[in-house]
Design a protein. Structure first.
Length: 268
């Protein structure tokens, strides 16, 4: 799964990197070291521009950075609360599930990120042995070793309330998105059995193409070669609290503070 990530680069820099127009809202201009579900986030989308009558031009596509809410709300949902439960979609079944299949067909996006957080679960250590008696979870941060921007595959959806108070609250509707996940590859499986579907730069164009559905290859787990370019490091449990947000969240935790560290040499 993917429940937290970091996205700290300025939208203008991301726009250059993804060859996109920066159309983000002011709220997306600040670095976020602890992106959590239901937050406003920056994603990369590609779509046909519409004329003054709302008709799309099928001969042209435009790529842009947009501000959306993390947590997909299906178009048929009665209210936006459904999004809190749909922050991830499994790549293995995304083309079949009613909540996701229309979006994945033509409304795909990329989540630019420095990397993502995942938690390794540990069994409880009895108090008699110096433990707390409760299970613990050690957070790890994973991103490209060279600091490059990581692109997680996602899908987006537009929701508009029919009438009433929600129509007044969301007069322009609501655009939401979720991250696709896949089976963890190589040493990443030591932390969790799932991971975000990370796409190599060479796959970005095909993933964003609104006129072609995703191939099986795009929905497959990343290659061992891509995973070998990632770096994993244990980080402080400060990230557990969404109110904590700063560069210290990305700092590597000293080895003597990590219980049963994963075997990072497997990346070599």
């Amino acid at each position: 799964m993917c429940g937290r990530y970091a996205s700290t680069k300025a939208p203008a820099d991301l726009a250059d990197e993804f060859h996109a127009v920066d159309a983000t809202a002011e709220s997306a201009q600040r670095p976020d070291y602890n992106v959590a579900p239901t937050k406003d986030i920056t994603v990369v989308v590609q779509r046909h521009p519409r004329d003054e009558n709302g008709e799309p031009d099928p001969t042209v596509t435009e790529r842009s950075l947009r501000t959306v809410r993390w947590g997909l709300v299906p178009s048929w949902a009665k209210d936006p609360s459904a999004g809190a439960r749909m922050v991830n979609a499994r790549s293995e079944t995304v083309t079949e599930k009613p909540a996701f299949r229309r979006a994945v067909a033509s409304r795909r996006c990329l989540f630019p990120a420095d990397g993502w957080y995942e938690w390794q679960r540990h069994d409880a250590v009895p108090k008699a042995e110096g433990g707390s008696g409760r299970p613990t979870k050690q957070p790890y941060f994973t991103g490209y070793a060279d600091g490059s921007t990581l692109a997680m595959a996602g899908i987006w959806e537009f929701w508009r309330p029919k009438a009433g108070e929600l129509a007044e609250k969301y007069p322009d509707g609501l655009v939401t998105a979720c991250v696709l996940t896949t089976g963890a590859v190589g040493p990443l499986a030591q932390v969790h059995d799932r991971m975000p579907l990370v796409l190599a730069p060479g796959d970005w164009d095909a993933w964003l193409d609104p006129d072609a559905g995703p191939s099986a290859a795009l929905l497959a787990p990343p290659s061992p070669a891509l995973v070998a370019t990632l770096a994993i490091r244990p980080v402080s449990s400060q990230v557990n609290n969404v109110r904590n947000n700063g560069p210290e969240l990305l700092e590597e935790l000293p080895a003597d503070q990590v219980r049963e560290p994963i075997q990072l040499d497997l990346l070599s």
